[in-house]
Design a protein around this ligand. Structure first.
Ligand code: GLA
Length: 387
């Protein structure tokens, strides 16, 4: 990958002397979905796939971007003096947003950059290509300009830019998973205070399989922001009767005892998911610590049902994938992962069932949906690095 990037850099910008190459990973979330902006827990891990960049400082204030994944767009030019979002800027709104967010914190790059990007996360798959791009940008800005920020700051800056520059009100999970990833570990993160623990996720006799529905999660911005508003409305209603800061503060019992305070039936369903999913996540991590993979899988299955019926962020194609996965012997658990409205499922599958899983789920998906699914046996990788 490094050579490919350097070659392209040279081809586009003249010389690759003094160019640095960086990587930041995508992520898959095992459980704890749509809990991160509700003060709950999440359990994601960084992947070994992600986004790469070859970057070099310029002497003026110009920014030149090129993505090998979108090469038809050619080199997109901008400037450090034009860090405002625009439709015309397309994907460069992500790195520009991060540059803007650094500047908002008083960290201003003193010269422009030439950049070539290449990523191996399937576009629109819900495996956080945008968060990996944000963390990558923060990582190379820190390296090149010597900004004093931690990896947790990189996650927060990435989220801030996505919220305020790109108009997606995402939580902290994706950027945190990318910035703080650790090989063979998932991250048990409490989004209420950003405390976290690594939990080894080397499964004895089983694999993690990500299945891409190849339905682009296009509704994600609008549908996502609506879910967030509905959850906030439910919280505001509940706060009239219980002293809580977030939905993550409630146990299932407390929720059931107070749910009548929520005025709107849809908002009540959203809150139910947020509360129950948070508790499922805590239990799932406990189950993993006790080597109880079966219990972990059952919680994953319950998570899917809740995301489908109460949070309503699944779609027919994803439901087919989950349904077919569960028919295969040796499947321990299967659920939608990420923001939803398409994208991927994550499944835990016994080693001996992996081939049957791909064959059976793949064939049934083609037959029922008329599309091909892609399967990735996932490896859990580290956070960002300089290559
Ligand atoms: C998207 C967001 C995350 C999180 C998930 C749902 O990936 O970026 O912050 O809310 O959806 O769990």
């Amino acid at each position: 990958m490094k050579e490919t990037l350097l070659k392209k850099f040279e081809e586009l910008y003249g010389s690759a002397d003094g160019v640095s190459v960086y990587f930041a990973p995508g992520r898959v979330n095992m459980i704890g979905e749509h809990t991160d902006y509700n003060g709950g827990h999440v359990f994601p891990c960084a992947l070994t796939i992600g986004t790469f960049a070859a970057v070099k400082k310029r002497t003026d204030r110009k920014l030149r971007f090129f993505s090998m994944n979108l090469d038809r767009l050619g080199v997109i030019e901008s400037s450090l003096d034009d860090l405002t979002p625009s439709d015309a800027a397309g994907w460069t709104n992500y790195p520009k947003g991060v540059m803007w967010a650094f500047a908002e914190r008083g960290m201003k790059p003193d010269c422009g950059l030439d950049i070539v990007l290449n990523g191996n996360i399937p576009n629109g798959s819900g495996l956080s290509s945008s968060a990996s791009l944000e963390v990558l940008t923060g990582f190379y800005l820190r390296d090149l300009y010597g900004f004093d920020v931690t990896n947790v700051d990189l996650a927060l800056i990435g989220q801030y830019s996505e919220n305020n520059f790109n108009g997606m009100n995402c939580g902290i999970m994706d950027q945190f998973a990318s910035a703080m990833g650790k090989k063979d570990n998932a991250i048990f993160l409490d989004t209420a205070d950003l405390s976290y623990q690594y939990a080894p996720l080397v499964l004895d006799g089983a694999k993690i399989i990500v299945t891409n529905s190849n339905v682009k999660h296009s509704l994600v911005n609008s549908g996502y922001n609506t879910r967030r508003k509905e959850s906030e409305q439910a919280l505001a209603d509940l706060q009239k009767v219980v002293p809580i800061k977030t939905l993550g503060d409630l146990t299932e019992e407390e929720f059931e005892a107070n749910k009548s305070a929520i005025g709107d039936a849809v908002c009540a369903k959203r809150a139910k998911h947020a509360v129950y999913e948070n508790r499922r996540t805590i239990r799932a991590v406990e189950a993993l610590k006790n080597n109880d993979l079966k219990a972990f899988g059952e919680l994953m299955n319950a998570s899917h049902v809740s995301l489908r019926d109460d949070y309503e962020v699944s779609c027919d194609e994803i439901d087919v994938l989950v349904e077919e996965a569960r028919k295969v012997e040796g499947v321990i658990g299967s659920r939608i992962t990420g923001g939803g409205f398409g994208g991927c499922t994550v499944s835990i599958v016994k080693d001996e069932a992996v081939e049957a899983f791909k064959e059976k789920v793949g064939a049934a998906y083609s037959e029922r949906v008329g599309k091909n699914a892609d399967f990735y046996v996932v490896e859990i990788g580290d956070g960002p690095c300089k290559l």
